[in-house]
Design a binder for this molecule. Structure first.
Ligand SMILES: [Zn+2]
Ligand SMILES: [Zn+2]
Length: 243
């Protein structure tokens, strides 16, 4: 194609020239979240658990989302892609990563069997937005929205919090911070605006403890008419407990 001749693309991982920023071989080679996964939160269920489809993290916990799924496990390759998207102004990676999300969508009966979804990207803090120039979750959701022909919606806002980054915090601190860090936009809180569909999928780059997904889902479930809230992320980062 002329366009690929004029603007050659190189795979982010193997650097081979091709038609995508992530070649099919490298995309295929990304390690999936090891099976069996918990049907609720999408984490791997440890051997020895009494129920093969329910993990220890979910037992006795009350995640506000109905289910969460991730495309790949945390590996050197997936971290490189996420860091590229998040910290190196590489928003061109949103397309191949959203293509992974679209593939996961087809493989997830909870998503594929229901038609009336809208996509809600996890909002980012204003200072991060200014630094990066884009919100990586929104970039992913935007491409996924065009691939799946689904509406996008922005009912959530990220408030300014003290912690510089969630990365080094314990699970308990993450949960407290996350609940304080997000709120409904005033137009949605007042009822002036509504979600376009009764089912919403929260889109983000990484799922770590589920704290962010829980905080956002909890807010969405307060909106009138919202029936189901799912969570879709590219990478599943940790196995730390949600406390
Ligand atoms: Zn490659
Ligand atoms: Zn679980």
């Amino acid at each position: 194609m002329l366009i690929s001749w004029l603007y050659p693309r190189y795979c982010e991982l193997c650097h081979r020239q091709g038609e995508s920023d992530l070649c099919p071989e490298c995309a295929e080679g990304l390690e999936r979240v090891p099976l069996p996964i918990c049907l609720h939160c999408g984490s791997t269920v440890d051997g020895g658990e009494p129920d093969a489809h329910s993990c220890a993290q979910c037992r006795g916990r009350d995640f506000a989302f109905d289910f969460a799924r991730s495309c790949c496990a945390r590996t050197k390759q997936s971290v490189q892609l996420i860091y590229g998207l998040k910290y190196h102004r590489s928003n061109y990676l949103a397309r191949p990563l959203a293509e992974l999300l679209a593939r996961l969508w087809d493989e997830t009966p909870e998503l594929a069997d229901v038609k009336n979804w809208c996509l809600v990207p996890v909002p980012s803090e204003r200072r991060h937005l200014l630094k990066r120039g884009y919100n990586q979750a929104e970039e992913l959701a935007r491409v996924l929205s065009s691939l799946r022909r689904l509406p996008m919606c922005f009912p959530l806002q990220r408030l300014r919090t003290k912690a510089e980054s969630q990365t080094l915090l314990s699970a308990g601190e993450r949960k407290r911070n996350a609940l304080a860090a997000y709120s409904l936009c005033s137009s949605f809180a007042s009822g002036k605006k509504r979600l376009p569909t009764p089912c919403a999928v929260i889109v983000d780059d990484v799922y770590t403890t589920g704290a962010t997904a829980h905080a956002c889902a909890r807010l969405l479930k307060k909106l009138p008419g919202v029936q189901r809230v799912g969570v879709l992320t590219v990478m599943r980062a940790g196995r730390r407990k949600f406390v």
